[in-house]
Ligand binder design. Structure first.
Ligand SMILES: NC(=O)c1ccc[n+]([C@@H]2O[C@H](COP(=O)([O-])OP(=O)(O)OC[C@H]3O[C@@H](n4cnc5c(N)ncnc54)[C@H](O)[C@@H]3O)[C@@H](O)[C@H]2O)c1
Length: 352
C-alpha cells in the first residue's frame, strides 16, 4: 500500500509528539512525512525535537539545515510560515503546495474552519486532520469509538477529537451501550498547557489562564462533555464538565460521577470494563490494579499509549445507579498515538 504523504503545521507539544510517536512505534515508517511547518525557525524546532523536557531524548538522530529537518538521514522539507498572517497565496504556502501532500495535520491550536478548508481549496492537501474539535469540521473521530464511521467521500476536514475526549468517549461508549447514562459530571484535573502564563500576565481569552501557572489550581470550562457527545450524540445534554489546571507537566486525571439508567453492580461494571479492555478496545483502554498493592501516581503513567487508564480500585457503584470513575491518561502521548491511528483509518480508506 502506498503510504500517505503527510505534512504537519504546528510543531508544538502535539505536532512534535506525533512525529515522535511514529518513530517510537514504527521507526518513522508508518507514514511518509513530507512537510513540516511552524512559525519557529527550523533550528529551534530541531532543538525542541531533540531535547524534550517531558520524554527525554527521541529514538532518532536529528539534524537541520536551511529549509530541511533531517530524521535519521531522511530530509523533510521545512516551511517557516505563519498561517494566521496570510495562508492563501502566501509564498511559504506555495512551497507547501509543491510538496503534493495527501493529508495535512493542523496542530497549531489557532486555526478556524476557514483556515482549514482553505488548505484543501488551495490544493495544499487533500484532507486536513485537526487536533482540536473546532466548529464546522466534517467529522470528529475518536479511534475505537466511531472511527468506522469515517466516510472518505464526505469527510475532508476531520478532527481527532481532544485528549480528554479520547479518554472519556470510550468509557462513556461502554457504559451507555450496556447500562445507559442518564447524567454524568466529568471533572478533569489537567496539567498545565502552553496556553497558560508562567507568571501573571495577559491572556487573550481566559484571564485566569494568565495567572502564574505553578502557583494555583485554575478552574476553567472544558469541552470534554461536548467532545464526548460529538461522537456519542445520544449523550447530548446529559453531560457536564469542568477542568482544573494543576501545576504538573503531563498526565491528566479525570473524575466522573454518573447516574446510570438502570440498576447495576460493581461486579457487572468491572466485568464490562475488563471485557472491552481485552477485546474491542484493546490498546485503547486499560484496567489498572496498582503496583504490588500500592496505587500509582500520575507521573507513573508518563508514556502510556492508552487513551484511558481506569483506576479499578476507585471504580464505585452506590445505590445500584450511581457510579464513580477515576481515569488517568498521558494527555500528549496517548493522544498523539490516536492521531496516528486516525491517520491509519484515512490511509486504509484512501480513494483519491
Ligand atoms: N498538549 C496537549 O496535551 C494536547 C492534547 C490534545 C490536543 N491538543 C490540541 O492540539 C493543539 C496544539 O496544542 P499544543 O499543546 O501542541 O500547543 P503548542 O502551543 O505547544 O503548539 C502549537 C504550535 O503551533 C505553532 N503555531 C501556532 N499558530 C501557528 C500558525 N498560525 N502558523 C504556524 N504555526 C503556528 C506554534 O508556534 C507552536 O509551535 C491545540 O488545539 C490543543 O488543544 C493538545
Amino acid at each position: 500500500m502506498t503510504k500517505l504523504r503527510v505534512g504537519i503545521i504546528g510543531l508544538g507539544r502535539v505536532g512534535r509528539g506525533i512525529i515522535r510517536a511514529d518513530f517510537d512505534q514504527a521507526g518513522g515508517e508508518k507514514y511518509n512525512l513530507c512537510a513540516l511547518c511552524d512559525v519557529m525557525p527550523e533550528n529551534q524546532v530541531t532543538y525542541l525535537l531533540a531535547n524534550d523536557s517531558t520524554y527525554g531524548k527521541p529514538p532518532v538522530s536529528l539534524d537541520c539545515e536551511n529549509k530541511f529537518i533531517t530524521f535519521a538521514g531522511k530530509k523533510v522539507p521545512y516551511v517557516r510560515g505563519d498561517r494566521r498572517r496570510n495562508i492563501l497565496g502566501h509564498e511559504s504556502f506555495a512551497e507547501l503546495r509543491d510538496l503534493e501532500l495527501d493529508v495535512i495535520i493542523d496542530s497549531t491550536g489557532t486555526a478556524n474552519i476557514n483556515d482549514l478548508r482553505g488548505l484543501i481549496e488551495q490544493k495544499i492537501a487533500k484532507k486536513v486532520l485537526c487536533t482540536a474539535n473546532i466548529a464546522g469540521i466534517d467529522a470528529s473521530i475518536v479511534y475505537g469509538v466511531n472511527h468506522k464511521q469515517y466516510d472518505p467521500l464526505q469527510h475532508h476536514v476531520i478532527a481527532a477529537s481532544t485528549c480528554t475526549g479520547n479518554a472519556m468517549a470510550p468509557v462513556a461508549y461502554i457504559l451507555n451501550k450496556h447500562i445507559g447514562i442518564d447524567y454524568a459530571r466529568i471533572i478533569t484535573i489537567h496539567p498545565a498547557l502552553s496556553d497558560q502564563r508562567v507568571l501573571d500576565g495577559f491572556h487573550f481569552s481566559v484571564p485566569q489562564l494568565g495567572r502564574t501557572c505553578a502557583a494555583s489550581i485554575i478552574p476553567i470550562s472544558t469541552n470534554v462533555a461536548k467532545s464526548t457527545a460529538l461522537v456519542l450524540p445520544e449523550l447530548e445534554g446529559k453531560l457536564d464538565s469542568i477542568s482544573y489546571r494543576v501545576p504538573t507537566t503531563i498526565v491528566s486525571a479525570m473524575d466522573v460521577t454518573a447516574t446510570l439508567s438502570r440498576d447495576t453492580s460493581l461486579a457487572e461494571c468491572i466485568e464490562l470494563m475488563e471485557n472491552y479492555a481485552q477485546n474491542e478496545l484493546k490498546g485503547i483502554i486499560d484496567c489498572e490494579y496498582d503496583a504490588w498493592g500500592h496505587e500509582k501516581v500520575s507521573i507513573d503513567y508518563l508514556g502510556s499509549e492508552y487513551s484511558a487508564i481506569i483506576l479499578m480500585k476507585h471504580l464505585q457503584v452506590s445505590n445500584q445507579r450511581h457510579m464513580g470513575l477515576s481515569i488517568m491518561h498521558d494527555n500528549e502521548r496517548a493522544y498523539c498515538c490516536r492521531v496516528l491511528d486516525v491517520l491509519g483509518v484515512l490511509q486504509d480508506a484512501w480513494v483519491q
